[in-house]
Design a protein around this ligand. Structure first.
Ligand code: NAP
Length: 246
């Protein structure tokens, strides 16, 4: 098992990519602590992990609030005594063209997608520094690298995560903590469920692998970066997009 004896904290783990990551990490031997805002979704994921013989706990919370980030870290430390992996996966989008975007849409996405990751990192980094080891993985996006019409808030947050990743890779490398990002392409999850069929077909045609990503495709990339196999990978942004952006 690739994550045996590791403790992983995963945000936004009630659905989509985060849910699949929690299930995969547990299967690979990690003890998993998950968070998100909806208790029922988190309960379902913990139940499934339990049924599969894994170990998981949850604490609901909003990553845009520093005190909520502190609470999940506190619960994880109380239950498991260490944190080896933090996956900053929680994210939202509130799309609009720049001419129509409200301040609430702008602030809402920045606060969850960018500040949320910062909050969780600040809450957990002391633990990792004390352990002299740790891995932080941030969910960026192809939008953060290449931009996307209607997503000035989301693309800015996701580009911000790349700056955050590279800066912290430099700051924390000497403390034994690796920091990397994954930039998923178009993935079939609740986030993308409202995209019209016509657009999905058009996207598939543009992707060299001729299909959209499934959540597990991204979870495997998180798994690689979280595992010791990536022990010399630091400050990287791993595109997982079926070749869409080449
Ligand atoms: P998703 O199914 O909507 O999952 C996002 C999760 O984040 C949900 O479980 C949600 O649960 C949680 N969340 C939202 N706001 C939160 C908050 N303030 N505090 C804590 N948790 C919060 O979306 P997904 O597609 O799996 O996305 C996962 C990550 O991948 C996101 O960062 C997204 O931007 C990124 N990504 C996705 C795609 C794609 O095509 N799907 C592409 C590139 C990047 P609650 O609502 O219960 O809080």
């Amino acid at each position: 098992m690739r994550l045996e004896n590791k403790v992983a904290m995963i945000t936004g783990a009630g659905s989509g990519i985060g849910r699949e990551t929690a299930l995969l990490f547990a299967k690979e031997g990690a003890k998993v602590a998950i968070t998100g805002r909806t208790v029922e979704k988190l309960e379902e994921v913990c139940r499934k992990i339990d049924e599969n013989g894994g170990e998981a706990i949850f604490k609901s919370g909003d990553v845009s609030l520093r005190e909520d980030a502190d609470e999940i870290v506190k619960k994880t430390m109380n239950e498991f005594g260490r944190i080896d992996i933090l996956v900053n996966n929680a994210g939202i989008n509130k799309d609009a063209l720049v001419t129509k975007m409200t301040k609430d849409q702008w602030n809402g996405v920045i606060e969850v997608d960018l500040t949320g990751a910062f909050n969780c990192i600040q809450a957990v980094v002391g633990v990792m520094i004390n352990q002299e080891s740790g891995v932080i993985i941030n969910a960026s996006s192809i939008s953060g690298i290449y931009g996307n019409i209607g997503q000035v808030n989301y693309a800015s947050a996701k580009a911000g995560l790349i700056g955050l990743t590279k800066t912290l890779a430099k700051e924390l490398g000497k403390k034994g903590v690796r920091v990397n990002a994954v930039a998923p392409g178009f993935t079939i999850t609740p986030m993308t469920s409202k995209v019209p069929e016509k657009i999905l077909t058009m996207m598939k045609e543009k992707i060299p692998l001729h299909r959209l990503a499934e959540p597990i495709d991204i979870a495997y990339a998180y798994l690689y970066l979280a595992s010791d196999e990536a022990r010399y990978v630091n400050g990287a942004v791993l595109s997982v997009d079926g070749g869409l952006t080449i």
